[in-house]
Design a protein around this ligand. Structure first.
Ligand code: UD1
Length: 417
């Protein structure tokens, strides 16, 4: 297995165009099965999860070609309505195929998804919503069987929590349903807006994406379209944090700064100079980073749970005490034991972690246990004195395109071995 060897203490500086959003490309690829025609999707990140999602499309009988950052899908030949565990087990977000397949074909059999270590990730909200739209759901030991013999019907659905995946699944199911669907208390993440923009370009009638209530008027058919994926706000925050923790300065482009405002505010709070304009963001690190006081993860526009492990590492090299409260997932703190091994002072109990910053971290051999926790370890290694080895990089590379190459171009000493 490959690992990263990182010699810390190098100042990161330069410019970087951020990859397309991982959390947009996966649902948008799933949404192509709703269309009859060719979809051209640009700014697609080169990630293992993207490749796996293309495998799923091909298994379903769709044509999918991936050329130079663009994916061309023709779902006209969709023929197969079973998604086996060999595929869904590798990628949790495969559950977003449920709504679109049911809407397009009225029947689907899908093995339970996997691919995540963030604790239990139930899908009750997805299933409850689909039931309210008329679907029959049979939960078997390994599979879910869903059918809707008379077609999905519009419904008024109140989500008890603004789940990103459930909002996406129900929005996709509703675009071909009969009548109007109203989704109340839905997720407002920028990736939901990106998905709605894609679907609307294909002829869907979705209103209010990005707000708490989304209304969808069902249409009979969707055609193909051309779409550019938005920039990845978590990847952008990762590179900004890397420059910040190494006393550097960086300009990241290809993102809408408004989409990462809570993380930009935290970077400012830590003493960084942060300036943004449309599509780009500049950061200059201070001589000494300050503590973040309190960071509470929340649904968007609150501080994202995916950003927590990045800022945990940043807090470890800042002066003063920072308190983190994780409100979305269990097991978000996977990187703490490794950070402690690098000299960080962190206490955690349940959803709260207290970081006494200003420790000078030292290199160590550590292992990523999930995507963002792994990215947090790389950040810590970049800021630490001496050499670190980071194992488990297959987790990290699920979410970061050309991670090693990008960091090297910014001046990091990192090698994949
Ligand atoms: C998506 C993102 C992930 C991000 C998360 C929260 C993708 C591919 N992944 O994941 O990177 O960390 O949003 O911003 O876009 N829940 C239920 N029942 C459900 C669904 C969810 O109880 O039916 C709970 C979950 O256990 C979790 C919370 O709701 O505690 C948030 O989950 P959700 O917003 O659905 O996250 P994902 O869509 O899985």
């Amino acid at each position: 297995m490959d690992r990263y060897e990182i010699t810390g203490g190098r100042r990161l500086a330069g410019e970087l165009r951020v990859q397309g959003a991982k959390n947009s490309i996966l649902p948008i690829l799933a949404a192509t099965v709703l269309t009859k025609g060719q979809c051209a999707i640009h700014n697609c990140p080169d990630l293992s999860d993207t490749a796996l999602t293309i495998d799923i499309l091909r298994t379903l009988g769709c044509r999918a070609d991936w050329r130079q950052g663009s994916i061309f899908v023709d779902a006209g030949g969709l023929s197969h309505l079973e998604l086996p565990g060999e595929l869904t087990g590798k990628i949790r977000s495969s559950i977003v195929f449920l709504g679109p397949l049911l809407a397009r074909c009225g029947w689907v059999k899908i093995a339970y998804p996997g691919g995540c270590r963030l604790g239990p990730r139930p899908i009750d909200l997805h299933l409850d919503g689909l039931r309210q739209m008329g679907a029959f759901v049979k939960e078997e030991e390994q599979h879910l069987l869903c059918r809707v013999p008379e077609g999905l019907k519009g419904a008024r659905i109140i989500l008890s929590f603004p789940s990103v995946g459930a909002t996406e699944n129900l929005m996709m199911a509703a675009v071909l349903a009969k009548g109007r669907t109203t989704l109340i208390n839905c997720a407002c993440e920028p990736e939901i807006v990106d998905l709605a923009n894609f679907l609307n370009r294909c002829g869907a009638k979705i209103y209010g994406a990005g707000e708490n209530t989304i209304e969808i008027d069902g249409v009979c058919v969707l055609h193909g379209c051309e779409h550019i994926i938005i920039g990845d706000r978590i990847a952008a925050a990762t590179y900004l944090a890397a420059a910040s923790m190494t006393g550097g300065e960086i300009t990241v482009s290809g993102i809408e700064p408004e989409n990462l405002m809570s993380m930009l505010a935290a970077l400012q709070k830590a003493g960084n100079e942060v300036v943004w304009e449309k599509n780009r963001c500049f950061l200059k690190a201070p001589d000494h980073l300050r503590a973040l006081a309190q960071v509470r993860t929340m649904p968007y526009p609150g501080f994202p749970t995916d950003g927590l492990p990045l800022f945990l590492s940043l807090a470890a090299v800042s002066r003063g005490t920072s308190v983190f409260v994780e409100n979305i997932f269990e097991n978000r703190y996977s990187s703490i034991p490794c950070l402690q091994r690098m000299g960080a002072s962190i206490r955690q109990e349940g959803k709260v972690a207290v970081v006494e910053g200003c420790a000078l971290l030292h290199g160590a051999d550590v292992c990523a246990e999930d995507l963002r926790g792994g990215a947090g370890l790389v950040l810590a290694a970049l800021a630490a004195q001496g050499v670190s080895h980071v194992e488990g990089i297959e987790w990290i590379e699920r979410g970061y395109e050309y991670f090693c190459e990008n960091l090297t171009a910014l001046g990091a000493e990192i090698r994949k071995k």
